[in-house]
Design a protein around this ligand. Structure first.
Ligand SMILES: Cc1cc2nc3c(=O)[nH]c(=O)nc-3n(C[C@H](O)[C@H](O)[C@H](O)COP(=O)(O)OP(=O)(O)OC[C@H]3O[C@@H](n4cnc5c(N)ncnc54)[C@H](O)[C@@H]3O)c2cc1C
Length: 431
């Protein structure tokens, strides 16, 4: 045991500190395995004071800290790279209702646990993606997680009402909305949403929840062009809560065959059965090869959809997470096919938001091709990281997209002012 770990154990006790090889590996990295983990130790705080104490310890010993949740992040944000003490929030896991519609969750609450508590009260916390059985609330907010229900409910940001944070200086700060109208300066809570941990520790978050709609249906559509889906997406409808797609190669990878160029699931939710039925009638008049799914078929679609990114990771795919104008998605995919050669291309994701999880298995994984992919995105506008963040993996985005230059400078200035010694989350976003 080295001197630092000895001191850590003496101060916090063996329950809160782990530094054995297995723990360093398990808690020292996130889902992206392209960066080797290099943690000093893993700390499991049990209350806010523990977080303040580890900050003081880090300052006294010139050490760095890394906030960590369920470690399902896809960009190495929760992977320790320079002997940080990983501060894993899993033991901060209390949940309580603070009003009929407001659910307060500590940062270490597993997302599905929060969703289940909401659904017991016939309410929904619409943070919906395939890793919610492991991801945690602090991580969801720090990455502004979105997912399948974005088109209906927005990203995590839309549901956050209040939060408590601990700043790098150890101050506890309550941030949030005190009233529907509030002009008391900028909304500083926003600083922590999508911050990937660089401004401090999120300790707890109070979420708005929503009533579960009375009626829910899903339809599946097979088509060789997206025109009819675009027609649907042009009409604003609160009923459409997900439009998910798998391209030909994705279907083929999952099933060994593909029925059409695109397989698309459209999810509808409403309190009015008539409204859903009218909409379904309207769809079947306009679209061919559309069919209503039963619950088993719905589950089967989402199971396949969840399996796909896992399979592609195992195959070593280069993953992109782009968002462009949803009405340009087909044109974009055609352009990728045309220009990216010596590669197998898979497209899937949230068609309703124009969020394409483009996965490419390059024959020759050269940097030139990466730039070429980004060049195509640039010509379409949009975001090079729709929901997965930047972390330590996607820092090339700052160089590839000069329009982010000023944002990056402002981010660095804010970081310097909030965390002048750079104690928390080093090497996230920038070195
Ligand atoms: C199979 C799969 C599918 C996915 N699908 C989606 C998807 O559809 N949409 C989507 O948005 N994401 C998706 N993700 C990515 C990931 O699940 C989300 O980003 C999730 O919100 C991360 O939560 P986490 O608790 O695992 O965070 P972690 O991975 O532990 O951490 C993520 C970042 O947040 C910081 N952080 C964690 N906790 C705190 C805290 N308490 N205070 C301050 N900073 C903190 C970490 O330092 C790190 O930078 C997917 C991941 C997988 C593996």
């Amino acid at each position: 045991m080295n001197d630092i770990n000895q001191k850590l154990e003496r101060k916090f006790g063996p329950k809160k500190i782990k530094y054995d090889e297995a723990s360093l590996n398990e808690f020292g990295q996130d889902w992206y395995k392209g960066i080797s983990p290099n943690a000093q130790a893993i700390f499991f705080p049990e209350n806010t004071k523990d977080v303040q104490d580890i900050l003081n310890f880090a300052k006294d010993h010139n050490l760095k800290l890394l906030p960590s949740g369920g470690r399902t992040g896809l960009c190495g944000g929760a992977t320790a790279v320079c002997k940080e003490i990983v501060v894993n929030m899993k033991n901060l896991n209390e949940i309580s209702w603070v009003a009929d519609d407001l659910l307060k969750c500590q940062a270490g609450v597993v997302t599905d646990n929060a969703k289940n508590i909401a659904s017991e009260k016939k309410r929904i916390l619409p943070i919906e993606f395939s890793a919610t059985s492991s991801s945690m609330i602090g991580g969801n907010v720090a990455t502004n997680a979105a997912g399948a229900k974005f088109i209906g409910y927005g990203a995590t940001r839309n549901h956050v009402q209040n939060m408590t944070v601990v700043l790098p200086g150890g101050e506890i700060v309550e941030l949030g909305k005190t009233a529907d109208k509030d002009a008391t300066g900028p909304n500083l809570m926003e600083l922590f949403i999508g911050s990937e941990g660089i401004f401090g520790f999120i300790i707890d978050v109070t979420f708005k929840t929503y009533p579960i709609p009375k009626f829910s249906e899903s339809v599946i559509l097979h088509t060789n062009n997206l025109f009819e889906v675009y027609e649907l997406l042009k009409e604003p409808s609160k009923m459409i809560t997900a439009v998910e797609f798998l391209d030909f190669n994705s279907q083929h990878l999952l099933d060994g065959n593909a029925k059409s160029k695109y397989e698309i699931l459209i999810e509808l939710n409403s309190d009015s059965k008539d409204e859903i039925e009218n909409f379904l009638e309207h769809c079947s008049e306009r679209m061919e090869n559309i069919s209503l799914l039963n619950s088993r078929q719905v589950k089967n679609f989402w199971d396949r959809r969840e399996l796909l990114p896992v399979k592609l990771s195992e195959m070593g795919a280069e993953k992109f997470d782009f968002c462009i104008d949803k009405l340009l998605t087909e044109k974009f995919m055609a352009e990728i096919d045309r220009k990216i050669s010596h590669a197998k291309v898979f497209n899937f994701g949230h068609l309703g938001d124009g969020n394409i999880h483009l996965n490419i298995i390059f024959d020759d994984n050269s940097k030139d091709q990466l730039t070429e992919v980004y060049d195509i995105l640039k010509s379409f506008g949009g975001s090079p990281s729709a929901e997965h963040g930047i972390g330590k993996r996607k820092k090339e985005i700052w160089n590839e997209f000069p329009q982010y230059k000023q944002k990056l400078e402002l981010l660095k200035t804010l970081k310097k002012s909030i965390d002048p010694e750079g104690i928390i989350a080093p090497k996230v976003f920038f070195d």
